[in-house]
Design a protein around this ligand. Sequence first.
Ligand code: CP
Length: 296
Amino acid sequence: MKHLINIENLTTEEINQIYNRALDFEKGIRKANHLNAHIVNMFFENSTRTKMSFEMAENKIHTNKYDFIANTSSIQKGEDLFDTINNLSAIGMNVIIMRHQDNELVENLSKKNYFQEISFINAGSGTKSHPTQALLDFYTIKKHFLNLSDKTIVIVGDIAHSRVAKSNINLLKKFNMKIRCLAPENLTGEKIEGVEYFVSLKEAFEDVDIIMALRIQKERLQEKIDFDEYIKNYQITKDNLPYAAFLMHPGPINKDIEINSNVFELQNARTILNQAKNGVYVRMAVLDMILNAQGL
Ligand code: CP
């Protein structure tokens, strides 16, 4: 694996390989030392979980890591991103982990011939793709359920603006999971083949195994949202959460909007912090595979 840009490019074998390697890291069976690897974290959008778990993963597999801070970099003097990356490559960086608001930028950079020495990892691109989040969600689901093909997931909330939803749908379809999306019409976005769409929470939550709630992305909303109406019809509460359903959320959570605070005391919600924890093992696995492919 040279780059990790999106889920579409991964086979089920590669996804299972990442799963198994992450599991070995979690169990302590696998250790890695990449003392010659130099990794830059370039986050142009805010992040807590993705950035911190990549940093933890970089430390655990003994790489050299660098934080690129756009606001104090020469981008502020007008240098463009292509020149910036050319210079990072010349300095000797091997991997760039990038989060950016542009849907296509990291993919386009990974295709440039003159950045041949560098591997790119997409840490979230606009509203399009968040592959390591989908991989850690898959890891969390598979560890619990083992077989996915007879399971049903409902993804609830701001699907239109969610790169997490798109990457998860892409991945879980590969494993024949039954996928439902639940959102008001203005947050549904473009419909995806093979997904069942609902506007009624009661119908969507029938016989469901997993519920994945999504954050309403206020920073990306063009349209006005009636939050009282959203809460009335779509908020997950103690009363509407099916007893045995596994509750997931990629974070950050708008508490008392997509999930009522009273839900966090339930066993069902423990998954949410496990997702954050699992992100470290999955990112260790992805980095280890990419660095091994580079001979580092
Ligand atoms: N899930 C996720 O991407 O969280 P952060 O934005 O905090 O990285």
